[in-house]
Design a protein. Structure first.
Length: 86
């Protein structure tokens, strides 16, 4: 993974963790699309979040996280691979 993508994923993950308590109340089980530490949208599937991220921001310029109690930093490629199999 390039340094830019690593940085984007790490900063988005930190931002997601700070949003998580509120998101767990409002959107448990949804998939959050993040870009530049901002919540872009919530989606029903990881695939739909991944497609929207790719359309809007290009490869690697965003991240996707499932809204769940145990947030894992899956990184861009880990999630992209999983999303393609959903």
């Amino acid at each position: 993974m390039s340094q830019h993508i690593d940085t984007e994923v790490d900063t988005n993950f930190s931002a997601f963790n700070s949003m998580l308590p509120d998101l767990l109340q409002k959107a448990p089980g949804k998939y959050a699309l993040l870009h530049s530490k901002e919540l872009v949208g919530l989606f029903d599937t990881s695939v739909s979040a991944f497609i929207e991220g790719a359309k809007r921001f290009g490869e690697g310029a965003y991240s996707v996280q499932e809204v769940t109690q145990q947030a894992d930093n899956l990184g861009f490629y880990s999630y992209a691979g999983g999303a393609g199999q959903a």
